[in-house]
Design a protein around this ligand. Structure first.
Ligand code: ADP
Length: 424
């Protein structure tokens, strides 16, 4: 015999309909004799097998909501015996307010054909015999017989899924809180670490001055040659070299801390979301970049841009960084070309800043958004923070940034922002 438990809901339903259809044709009342009766018995056996073996709870009701059949899975799920359910109104399996509404709902459907669940399926809450409630996925299908119709409900317990969803929501919430906490730690640490750093900076400078004074003092002193050589090595070699390393280290930490501070301040800055006229905003950015533009010798073209919703200061910062990068990473020996364009659909606006520069290899394209990540640190000025900040800014305003690039041909950075609501 066929294992009906393996069939999907749609397949089961198809089988049910097929059996009902055959049943009608093979009705002994139509006078088809023994063969028809056998076919009918066969159909009934199949129907029973479907109900018995299905993993899903299946309940059949008539047009007035009275339970006609229940399968073992339904008995197990609701905690009833067959006799306690058959003939009773299916609303007994629903908690209030659904229980009270069900009769009028079914009535309304039978009269008007207006369905809320039938043929649609949705998540609802069911009630067990012990009064406890469970979230279920309910799909109801209508089965039209020769003279009446039945409704078959396929019920799946989704408690596990719901619990997992709740857990996920709690996790997401705690992740957001942890993130905020981390940001505060980064902020405080970078802020507080700066004062000892300033001390190290100041005292190492003082040490350097002391070394100079010591050298002057020792100049006039009489001492043997070996001592003189040793002192020379220390005062002109080892000590200044060590101080040089300390100062270089301090200034590197200083840059990193300043970067962390800038990054963590972003999360605190209040946003003022408004409709942005992007061509005006770009004109402002380009005006302030006159020098870099001239220096690069590049041709910069800004096409008519659609408006978007965002914070003017922060969005300016994003575009200013993208254009700065486009000019900074041009291919030497090739006339630079940078184009800013944009297109809008109903919900989103996507801008592009395209250059014909050195490009970014595929394996680095995601990494350029990581904090302090630079591809050619020695070759150009920068701290590897611009794109990280751009991404952070956009995240906070439902924006996105990504890049498409070919090494040796150029890069195209895309920025997607929410579109303003249409007024007409
Ligand atoms: P910075 O420019 O200060 O190094 P960014 O975060 O703005 O920091 O950029 C990170 C790295 O991404 C850069 O160091 C550079 O290697 C690469 N990059 C950014 N923009 C471009 C571009 N338009 N073309 C090629 N490489 C780029």
């Amino acid at each position: 015999m066929m294992d009906y438990s393996r069939l999907t809901k749609a397949e089961l339903l198809e089988r049910l309909k097929e059996i009902e259809k055959r049943g009608a044709v093979a009705d002994p009342a139509t006078g088809r004799g023994q063969a028809a009766e056998a076919a009918l018995a066969d159909n009934e056996a199949r129907l029973r097998a479907i109900l018995e073996t299905a993993v899903e709870a299946i309940i059949t009701i008539d047009e007035r909501g009275r339970i006609e059949s229940v399968n073992p899975a339904a008995l197990k799920l609701f905690g009833y015996q067959t006799g306690e359910l058959i003939g009773n109104n299916v609303s007994m399996l629903m908690p209030n307010p659904y229980r009270d509404q069900h009769d009028s709902y079914l009535d309304n459907y039978v009269r008007t054909g207006h369905a809320k669940i039938i043929g649609i399926g949705r998540e609802v809450v069911a009630r067990r015999k012990d009064g406890s409630t469970i979230p279920i996925d309910l799909a109801v299908s209508e089965v039209r017989l020769a003279e009446r119709r039945l409704f078959t409900g396929f019920i799946r317990d989704i408690s596990d899924r719901k619990r997992a969803e709740e857990k996920l929501a709690i996790l997401a919430q705690s992740l957001a809180e942890k993130n905020k906490e981390l940001e505060t730690i980064v902020y405080i640490a970078s802020h507080d670490l700066r004062s000892p750093l300033v001390n190290i900076q100041g005292f190492s400078r003082e040490l350097a001055h002391s070394c100079d004074s010591l050298r002057e003092l020792l100049k006039g002193m009489a001492m043997d040659e070996t001592r003189q050589e040793e002192l020379k090595r220390l005062l002109l070699g080892d000590i200044p070299e060590a101080l040089g390393f300390i100062q270089a280290g301090v200034s590197k930490i200083d840059t990193l801390l300043a970067g962390f501070l800038r990054y963590s301040r972003l999360g605190r800055a209040a946003l003022r979301i408004e409709r942005l006229e992007m061509n005006a905003l770009l004109a402002g950015i380009i005006g302030a970049m006159e020098f870099q533009l001239k220096h690069s010798g590049a041709e910069l073209k800004v096409e008519p841009l659609p408006e978007c919703l965002g914070d003017a200061t922060q969005v300016s910062q994003v575009f200013s960084n993208l254009i700065e990068n486009a000019l900074k990473y041009l291919q030497p020996g090739r006339p630079g070309k940078v184009t800013v364009s944009g297109r809008a659909d109903k919900e989103r606006v996507v801008y592009s800043v395209r250059d014909n520069g050195i490009g970014i290899a595929p394996e680095h394209q995601a990494k350029v958004f990581e904090i302090f990540h630079r591809l050619n640190p020695g070759k150009s000025e920068g701290e590897g923070l611009g794109l990280t900040i751009a991404q952070r800014i956009l995240e906070r305003q439902q924006g996105k940034i990504w890049v498409e690039s070919t090494v040796g041909e150029g890069s195209e950075f895309f920025v997607s922002m929410p579109a303003p609501r249409r007024t007409n």
